[in-house]
Structures are given as C-alpha cells and as structure tokens.
Design a protein around this ligand. Sequence first.
Ligand code: 5GP
Length: 189
Amino acid sequence: MSDDASTDTTRLVVVSGPGGVGKGTVVHSLLERHPHLWVSVSATTRAPRPGETDGVHYHFLDNAAFDGLIAADGFLEWASFAGNRYGTPWSSIRDALHQGRTVILEIEIQGALQVRRRFPDALLIFLAPPSGEILEKRLRGRGTEDEDRIGERLALGEWEIEQARKFDHVIVNDTVDGAVDAIGRILGL
Ligand code: 5GP
C-alpha cells in the first residue's frame, strides 16, 4: 500500500461489529439519508447470493485474483471470515479521500482492527446487537447460510463482542433508524 502519508484518513469511517448485527442494512440506510457519503465496495472470494450483483454488492473474485491483489499491495485491509476472504481495495478509497469525500467501510472486526493499526486517526464505530439471542435470530432469519456456517459465525460472536472496547464509538443496533441517527450525530451530518 503506497501513499499513506499524504492521505488524510480522519474522514475514513469504519462501521463494524459481529456478523449478523445488521451492518449492511444500517450502512444502506445511512447512504440513502446522506448520499454524499462514499461507501467502499469490497472484494470477496465468497459466491454471490441471490440478488447480489458483481461490482455493486461486492467485486466477486476467485482465489487467484484475490491472491494477485494481495501480492500487488492492493488492499487497505483484508481478512478471512467464515471460510471466505474479504478485502477493501485501497486505490479507489485513496482517490475518494483525496477528493475530500467521507469514506465508509462496512467490514468485519479483524479488518477494522487492521485499519486502526494502519491509520490511527480513522474513526471506528462498533455496531452491537441488543442481545446474543437477537444476533442468532437475525443470522438464522437471513436464511442464506447452512447450519455449519451459522455455528461458525456464532462461535466467533463472543470474541467479536470483546473487541468493542477498541472502537471509538459503540452503538446498540436496536432499530435501523436509531443506529443511523447515532452515526449521523457522530459524523456531524
Ligand atoms: P457477508 O458474507 O455476509 O456479505 O459478509 C461477511 C462479513 O464480511 C460481514 O461482517 C462484512 O461486514 C464483512 N466484510 C465485507 N467486506 C469486507 C472487507 O472488505 N473486509 C473485511 N475485513 N470484512 C468485510
């Protein structure tokens, strides 16, 4: 990754939290309310779910292409999560930051912690579930994962919740509107 020093990362905003907490829904709604925000499209090796479009929801890559981007230092961060790899392409984000945009990353926790190490002045927001039971219900309710995958994701949950203290802000995702209000206040929107 090049050009770190010349990039102002105080407008780099990470929205993270446990899988199933509703990050995607909250960020989608945040963008609807504040269309000037710039939301990064991640790369992933996971297969598209029904209704997902390449280049819109993710850049869907095979393992070789993902390895190529790692080798080319093309990721701001990347992480393995529940059997797949996910990464934030750096060059488009750097361009958006240089244009003065506020950049939102919706990523899992290991990636958020990498952003913190690389860019200490980035803003880290942790979305927390109202309770463990609600998190499990949301994961199952999505109906896109088999039981093994749901088990893997729930096992991660405890470690994930402990990481909240490393974030600048913790927001309990009781309702989507409430979480979007809270993020808006933090960003001064
Ligand atoms: P899903 O497979 O449900 O779309 O995403 C699984 C997890 O990967 C979610 O917690 C999502 O926020 C996270 N994720 C999506 N893109 C990235 C990324 O670029 N980097 C990292 N570290 N996590 C990501």
